[in-house]
Design a protein around this ligand. Structure first.
Ligand code: AMP
Ligand code: MN
Ligand code: MN
Ligand code: MN
Length: 278
């Protein structure tokens, strides 16, 4: 069974809520020993050209265009990775424009809800932090820190932005099925990101994977920061039983987040690895 090392198939840049620009991310990944890299920003392809250009400067580095789509399954928000996509696929390009509007409108709603709770209006501040990138709750978290409302992003999520809090605004995200179709129409592999992070039982997770299979999707992540050895084993078993592809990545956002580093996650071996298909 092939053992892979020096790869990372789940990362973020300033095109969404990451701290490093796409080219800087590629450089940092290369320096960390990553030789097979996917950039998977939230709901945008905007960083892919820059990252691909930078990666082409390294002879021994393989770059895979990717995306992390926010979608809904049975009322829950699920993150679906599209890896090895064609960034020029017309349906995808059109849909990304829609997602930009969706996230912009959601940002207004988040700001409004926080104001209703007596917080300062941080819409402009959050927009500024997001810059040209796809705006999300982490930008609001930073704005709340800058305004002195909270001291850490964790606190911002715990009090104001996390599940069930005022700033936890669900947009009209696509359904899981639509998200899978989008990825497939762009010739990518569709995989459920960080499956143990949705507060789901394994029974529910198996149902989610059945829905992914039904929709034509490919697999799930099995190794990422926070996954326990037991989870890793259970996820690998689930993939075997359902003939799914498995993937892994650091979900890197920022060098300031000590619990994520590029290319760092528990090692495992599998004959069903996405890397053997890319
Ligand atoms: P959004 O895409 O706007 O729904 O924001 C989700 C993003 O917020 C995730 O991709 C993480 O980067 C970040 N996030 C979620 N929960 C937390 C948390 N508790 N602390 C810090 N960042 C978080
Ligand atoms: Mn994120
Ligand atoms: Mn995610
Ligand atoms: Mn991610």
């Amino acid at each position: 069974m092939k053992q892979y090392a020096g790869y990372d198939l789940h990362t973020h840049s300033t095109a969404s809520d990451g701290a490093l620009a796409p080219a800087a991310l590629v450089r940092a990944a290369y320096e960390a020993g990553v030789r097979q890299l996917a950039l998977t920003d939230h709901d945008t392809l905007a960083g892919l050209d820059e990252a691909a250009r930078e990666a082409s400067g390294y002879e021994d580095m393989q770059f895979y265009p990717g995306v992390e789509l926010t979608c809904i399954w049975r009322g829950r928000v699920i993150h679906l990775l599209g890896v090895g996509i064609d960034p020029q696929a017309p349906v995808f390009v059109d849909y990304m424009k829609e997602l930009r509007c969706l996230r912009a409108a959601r940002a207004e709603k988040i700001a409004e809800r926080l104001v209703k709770k007596g917080l300062p209006d941080i819409l402009e501040a959050a927009r500024k932090i997001a810059g040209s990138g796809q705006i999300g709750r982490p930008h609001f978290a930073q704005a709340l820190i800058d305004k002195g409302v909270v001291t850490t992003a964790q606190q911002a999520f715990d009090l104001w932005l996390g599940a069930g809090k005022a700033g936890d605004v669900k947009a009209e995200w696509p359904s899981l099925e639509e998200a899978v179709h989008l990825v497939k129409s762009a010739s990518g592999y569709a995989l459920v990101a960080h499956p143990t992070k949705y507060n789901m039982t394994f029974t529910r997770l198996r149902e989610l994977m059945d829905a992914v299979i039904q929709a034509g999707g490919d697999g799930l992540e099995v190794s990422y920061p926070g996954v326990t050895p037991n989870h890793l084993r259970d996820l690998l078993n689930l993939a075997d039983r359902k003939s799914l592809l498995v993937s892994a990545g650091s979900d890197f956002h920022s060098p300031a987040q000590r619990w994520t580093a590029l290319g760092r996650f528990s090692a495992f071996t599998s004959s069903r690895h996405l890397l053997s298909c890319l």
